[in-house]
Design a protein around this ligand. Structure first.
Ligand code: 5RP
Length: 231
């Protein structure tokens, strides 16, 4: 499902575009498909802006030229994955701890295209996937206490093959938050969390996604569709 949705996303790319290159497993497949199109000559003069160390390394290994975020006035199209997508196309991102740069790239893009499999579609955000929040290392406990006071339970994200916490590309830590009733007002929660001293950015992407491509299995065949935004 991830592969066909990644391939479908590349059909939206035109020669001469500056592209935001997302992070995560679906975005990685999209970057590989993009490299194939460039190699075959179907796409020319594509430059990428990476949303993470992961996407930068992958793009450079595949000979996709990379520009610094600060050196571009605008990005034509950003293509990225997501952890949850609600019917209004509000998102939770940051499963790969890359949401700070992902949000910067999405905010500079004319269009944000989200590529997911059907398991990512939800009615309400934060019913099952925790909201990632990047915090300064010295502030994680203080931020956690404020989140507890907001009726959220949070855990410091731990690394898989290293003792201790996940350290982001910016050198910070991640708190993963669950609210008891989920997130029904993403705009307000996004602002309130970013207002806590010591918080760099949270993974709520509000009113940023323009289009969502969804991969699903239908009668044992993988298919892609694009749902309409509700509201
Ligand atoms: C990384 C992200 C990813 O886009 C999100 O976690 C989805 O990843 P995947 O495509 O591997 O399911 O936000 O910070």
């Amino acid at each position: 499902m991830k592969q066909i949705v990644a391939d479908a996303a590349i059909k939206e790319v035109k020669s001469n575009m500056i592209l935001g290159l997302g992070s995560g497993s679906t975005a990685a497949l999209m970057i590989k498909s993009l490299a194939d199109e460039i190699r075959s000559g179907k796409l020319e003069n594509i430059r990428g802006v990476a949303t993470s160390f992961q996407s930068e390394v992958l793009a450079l290994e595949l000979d996709i030229p990379i520009l610094d975020l600060s050196s571009v006035a605008k990005i034509d199209l950003a293509i990225d994955g997501a952890d949850e997508v609600d019917p209004r196309f509000q998102l939770i991102k940051g499963g790969g701890a890359c949401h700070v740069r992902e949000k910067l790239v999405a905010s500079k893009a004319d269009k944000l295209l989200i590529v997911v499999d059907e398991t990512k579609l939800v009615q309400n955000l934060n019913q099952s996937f925790p909201l990632p929040v990047e915090v300064l290392p010295s502030a994680w406990k203080q931020v956690k206490d404020v989140i507890t006071a907001m009726n959220g339970s949070s855990t410091l994200r731990m690394a898989a093959k290293k003792a201790g916490p996940v350290v982001t590309d910016q050198g910070n830590l991640i708190l993963d938050i669950m609210f008891k009733d989920g997130i029904k007002n993403p705009k307000e929660i996004e602002k309130n969390i970013n207002n806590i001293p010591g918080v760099l950015e949270n993974g709520l992407f509000v009113d940023l996604a323009d289009k969502v491509l969804v991969g699903k299995i239908e009668n044992t065949n993988p298919v892609v569709y694009s749902p309409s935004k509700v509201g």
